[in-house]
Design a protein around this ligand. Structure first.
Ligand code: SAH
Length: 221
């Protein structure tokens, strides 16, 4: 037990002080939602990266996860959740592209229930192990092609896609609840972070800022 809590708390480059500096950087980059900043502060990112890279876990960079995938940059994780929240509590959230599970762990701090889908089996397994290690109980993971969403669990009041597509997968639009907000990277080769807000009248798309994500792939790997 003692060993596990030391691992959670972190030492040296993975300590709380290092994490505090990350939060200060996120503030400087324009993240304003205190609920999101508190969630970023609460989740130990070094748990989700390879031991060899743990000392870089609180740098604001994306890091390789293996299988050609990356753990998203902390800024982008915070930004996507801030946009999805829009200052209001989230109830049910769908994430497409669990990767190592870091963003799902942060989402778990701000949403009542998180559903997250990953198409690469070893990543799904690793995310399951990391979230169990953290004792997270409100995240349900699925090994599947997330481009069709998760119809059995719909509707969602927030959808976050962590891989880039040229068009919004239609299934995701359907599974977004009225009043819900979807945040995703769109476009190729240039990508923009986009917000799609569903209103009683339809869908409203807003482009937010340029981003770089791995592509959304079809089928399971
Ligand atoms: N949310 C992660 C980011 C992972 S990178 C984080 O917290 O860092 C994007 C992930 O999307 C990769 O793991 C990739 O395998 C996954 N992905 C790509 N296409 C997918 C699809 N159709 N369904 C589910 N996951 C997909």
């Amino acid at each position: 037990m003692a060993e596990i809590s030391t691992r959670h708390a972190g030492i040296g480059m993975t300590s709380q002080r290092t994490r505090d500096r990350l939060i200060e950087r996120l503030r400087a980059q324009g993240i304003r939602d205190e609920v999101v900043l508190a969630a970023m502060n609460a989740v130990p990112r070094h748990i989700f990266v390879d031991e060899a890279m743990a000392s870089r876990a609180y740098d604001d960079v994306s890091l390789p996860l293996g299988f050609g995938q990356t753990i998203s940059q902390p800024y982008i994780v915070a930004r996507m959740i801030e946009i999805a929240r829009d200052g209001k509590p989230l109830d049910r959230v769908l994430e497409i592209g669990t990767g190592c599970g870091y963003q799902a762990a942060v989402l778990a701090q701000v949403a009542r229930k998180v559903y997250s889908v990953e198409r690469v089996k070893p990543l799904y397994q690793r995310a399951t192990a990391c979230l169990n290690e953290l004792g997270t109980t409100n995240v349900t993971l699925r090994y599947a092609d997330g481009s069709v969403g998760w119809p059995e669990m719909a509707p969602f009041d927030g959808i976050i896609m962590a891989a880039a597509a040229t068009h919004v997968p239609p299934a995701l639009l359907e599974q977004l609840a009225p009043g819900g907000r979807m945040v995703l990277p769109l476009g190729a080769p240039e990508q923009s972070l986009c917000l799609i807000a569903r209103t009683a009248q339809g869908y409203c798309e807003t482009r937010i800022e340029p981003v770089r994500f791995v592509p959304l792939m079809m089928g399971k790997a």
